[in-house]
Design a protein around this ligand. Structure first.
Ligand SMILES: C[S@@+](CC[C@H](N)C(=O)[O-])C[C@H]1O[C@@H](n2cnc3c(N)ncnc32)[C@H](O)[C@@H]1O
Length: 222
């Protein structure tokens, strides 16, 4: 492993806003389940997740804009997450945290109704058919989210991949979920808010390549 990655791993172990549970937790509920806001963020504010957060641009960016919410970025790649966690610590952003774990284990980390929103930012599109179940917007994953989301929660998706986006639209309509807003070209939609003002690392690369960015928000069938 590259030296800077090892250094970043070592540093994240010392970060107060960075949680990386040992693998044995994968077979049992994590102790903060149902208590993230009270015990980790020390308040009673709504908790919103960024899944596959990478460097955590949405976790940190939304936390800056919305001090009334708590934000937790989830990813498995700790060296990437280091960036967001370090920025949050340097800027004293106390409503942003990071959880390094597999998203497939999400129900072991959060209680029913504990989560008030999910952002899925430039997920791996997993284009091969046998990997459909690994897509973060597959019905298999949506069923997991259903177990932790409160009924009013919105799920936001940003992606450069039109095929993945159209697949997600199909999953939503086939399973009776409720689509609220979608665009195949976010930067031509006239929107000027956190959707366009916060850009992730991957998003910047896709924009530099001239790709269009798709955006969607939806809620799950009750
Ligand atoms: C294409 S990157 C996007 C990162 C970031 N959101 C961005 O836009 O720059 C996808 C991220 O999702 C993470 N990821 C994909 N599947 C995951 C899973 N099942 N559990 C945890 N992380 C996952 C990867 O580690 C990677 O950092």
């Amino acid at each position: 492993m590259a030296k800077h990655k090892l250094q970043r791993f070592a540093e994240t172990a010392t970060f107060s806003n960075f949680i990386q549970p040992p693998p044995y937790h994968y077979s049992e509920d994590y102790p903060l389940k149902g208590k993230w806001s009270k015990e980790f963020f020390k308040n009673d504010h709504p908790l919103i997740l960024e899944l596959g957060c990478g460097k955590g641009e949405y976790t940190v960016g939304l936390a800056r804009i919305h001090p009334e919410n708590n934000y937790l970025g989830m990813d498995i790649k700790g060296a990437r997450m280091w960036r967001g966690a370090k920025t949050a610590l340097d800027e004293n952003i106390s409503n942003a945290g990071f959880l390094r774990t597999h998203i497939g284990q999400i129900e072991q980390f959060f209680e029913k109704d504990e989560i008030s929103g999910i952002w899925i930012t430039f997920p791996d599109p997993q284009p091969q058919k046998p990997r459909t179940n690994k897509r973060l917007t597959s019905q298999r994953f949506l069923k997991r989210y259903e177990k932790i989301l409160n009924p009013d929660a919105l799920i936001h998706l940003k992606t450069d991949n039109a095929a993945f986006f159209d697949y997600t639209l199909e999953v939503i309509s086939e399973n009776g979920h409720k689509r609220h807003f979608h665009t195949h070209d976010l930067y031509d939609s006239g929107l000027e808010n956190e959707l366009t003002q916060i850009q992730t690392h991957y998003e910047s690369m896709f924009l530099a390549e001239g790709k269009k960015i798709c955006y969607l928000n939806f809620s799950l069938k009750q």
